[in-house]
Ligand binder design. Structure first.
Ligand SMILES: Cc1cc2nc3c(=O)[nH]c(=O)nc-3n(C[C@H](O)[C@H](O)[C@H](O)COP(=O)(O)OP(=O)(O)OC[C@H]3O[C@@H](n4cnc5c(N)ncnc54)[C@H](O)[C@@H]3O)c2cc1C
Length: 514
């Protein structure tokens, strides 16, 4: 006798819970209400974390597949466009120290690796400007598309900045009204198990027992099911990534027409860094720091000094964070997504994208019956482990390349034992060949592709030995790519509207529906 998977129960109604519900319900929309139910149980008493405002371009596909209108999303989530991140003071700590990690690939990236050509050229132009248009688009404060561009299309690649407090309720409405997700407002208080060690039902105070065949733990830092019931240990990564506290503030614009930056700004501090994210009505600004290196009071002083008088009379919200992830993500019939699976400092906005990618695997490989669930679980675990490992490497890269020695925090970050072995190996290799397709970035849906490593390495002054034979071989392709980039940069700078103007137009008139 087989045990079909017919009832999926998601515990938690934050960004992770609703995105997972939406991705699964959209993928299986013809089955919902027939032989499949998706139920989301959310506590009316435990608030969502309400931070997490930087995203990755995957969110466009995710929302589009869920049938969300981009216009509605921009209007209701106070959203703006994100075209990458600018990292300030990460290399030398001086005022002129900064570089972009844009979302566009280097020009003709599939045909030619421009990195050696830039390295050999000894130009004053930054790597980013030399190979793609997006740094200049961000400098000019331009949007990645025009009002005539269809929903989810872009003239430049983009993601979003959004109001996290509005995003979960927006998704909830869409999931319940359009995708048939059942919403239960109730506190999970206990769990009923089967004899085989699976979860049979969650017991709630307000709605009794809710039975399921597959349980998705989206309960946030509490990790109610994966940690509390399945007892999967937490793998701590604070020996690599030291930041463990965030202080967050919301700063309204002075004037309704103030420019909105279309990139995240990340400015290094004495023992961490400050994020600065512009949405329609305010900036979300927060200091992520290591409490082993500075006190909360010092961190708050640095945050207030960064913001200036606009921070006077406003309180900072403190959030403790624990760097790391579960040792296993899917155990038995329970899979963890979002903060329940783990968390790493939000330096490259890698959390929501991991939620999307996890939800996508669950939806696409949804086991037909319990008998095959362990096979899907083991694949899910292998892929998800790989992703967490690569994200840890990529985040540490930002620290490992610093030349700053002005505080213990930066000096400690350079200690060899704090740098993962795989990253040490790659850093050695990259002295002789620049990251490109030949590196191990070979997985489908790599969170950070080789291009991302190039932007950070060469943005932070890393040098790779240049092979002159290779330069000669690719000279014609590189020349063409450079000319095409110069032309694309000029074309986009004249065609793209001011970011604030486009957002205002979308709010007033909407984009072309797909
Ligand atoms: C300082 C900070 C900055 C961040 N910045 C970014 C960023 O820029 N980009 C990015 O991608 N990510 C970022 N993140 C991560 C991002 O916020 C989260 O990944 C995202 O919000 C998903 O959270 P969640 O849904 O897993 O958890 P939560 O939002 O905490 O939701 C947990 C849910 O579980 C429910 N729950 C808890 N207990 C029970 C119970 N007993 N019964 C029923 N329900 C229960 C709660 O009611 C809630 O609905 C940041 C995180 C932090 C801490």
């Amino acid at each position: 006798m087989v045990h079909p998977i017919r009832n999926i129960v998601i515990v938690g109604g934050g960004t992770a819970g609703w995105l997972t519900a939406g991705v699964i319900a959209a993928r299986h929309r013809t089955r919902i209400g027939k032989d499949l139910t998706v139920t989301l149980v959310e506590s009316p008493n435990v608030p969502i974390i309400g931070v997490g405002e930087g995203t990755w371009p995957t969110l466009r596909t995710t929302l589009s597949r869920m049938g969300v209108s981009e216009t509605d999303f921009v209007r209701e989530c106070d959203a703006a466009f994100k075209q990458g991140a600018r990292f300030a003071r990460w290399t030398t700590g001086k005022a002129d120290d900064g570089y972009y990690h844009p979302l566009m690939l280097p020009q003709n990236f599939g045909q030619v690796n421009l990195a050696p050509h830039w390295l050999a050229g000894e130009t004053d132009e930054s790597f980013c400007d030399n190979v793609c248009a997006q740094g200049r688009i961000c400098d000019d404060g331009l949007a990645p598309k025009t009002i005539a561009t269809a929903e989810y299309d872009g003239l430049a690649n983009y993601a979003y900045h959004l109001d996290a407090g509005k995003f979960a309720p927006f998704l909830q409405k869409h999931c319940c009204e359009k995708l048939g997700v059942r919403h239960v407002l109730a506190d999970v208080e206990h769990v009923k198990m089967t004899e085989d060690g699976d979860i049979r039902a969650v017991g709630t105070a307000q709605a009794g027992e809710i039975e399921g065949d597959l349980f998705v733990d989206c309960s946030g830092f509490k990790a109610l099911l994966i940690g509390g019931v399945m007892n999967v240990p937490f793998k701590d990564c604070s020996d690599v990534l030291f930041c463990d506290t965030a202080l967050a503030m919301q700063i309204p614009y002075d004037l309704p027409d103030d420019p909105i930056a279309s990139h995240t700004v990340s400015t290094a501090q004495s023992a961490g860094w400050i994020w600065d994210i512009g949405i329609q009505t305010r900036r979300g600004i927060g200091h992520v720091f290591s409490s082993s290196h500075i006190t909360d009071e010092q961190a708050e002083r640095e945050l207030r000094a960064y913001i200036g008088p606009a921070a006077d009379r406003l309180d900072a919200r403190k959030i403790r964070i624990r760097s790391g992830h579960r040792e296993t993500f899917w155990k038995g019939n329970c899979v963890a997504v979002g903060l329940a699976a783990g968390f790493l400092e939000p330096l490259e906005a890698s959390a929501i994208v991991l939620v999307e990618l996890s939800a996508k695997i669950i939806a696409e490989q949804l086991p037909a019956c319990r008998e095959v669930m362990d096979i899907v679980a083991s694949r899910f675990n292998a892929t998800t482990h790989y992703r967490w490992g690569r994200i840890i490497d990529f985040l540490k890269l930002h620290y490992a390349l610093t030349q700053r020695t002005d505080s213990d925090f930066w000096r400690d970050n350079l200690r060899k034992e704090s740098i993962p072995e795989r990253l040490q190996e790659l850093l050695l290799l990259w002295q002789y060949q620049s990251p490109w397709f030949h590196d191990e970035f070979d997985r489908v849906e790599e969170v950070f592709p080789a291009a991302s490593y190039q932007y950070v390495l060469y943005g932070m002054g890393f040098r790779t030995h240049v092979d002159s034979a290779g330069l000669m071989r690719d000279a014609a392709l590189a020349g063409r790519a450079r000319r095409e980039n110069a032309a694309a940069t000029a074309r986009l700078r004249s065609a793209l509207p001011r970011h604030r103007d486009l957002i205002d137009k979308i709010v007033s008139y909407g984009l072309q529906p797909v």
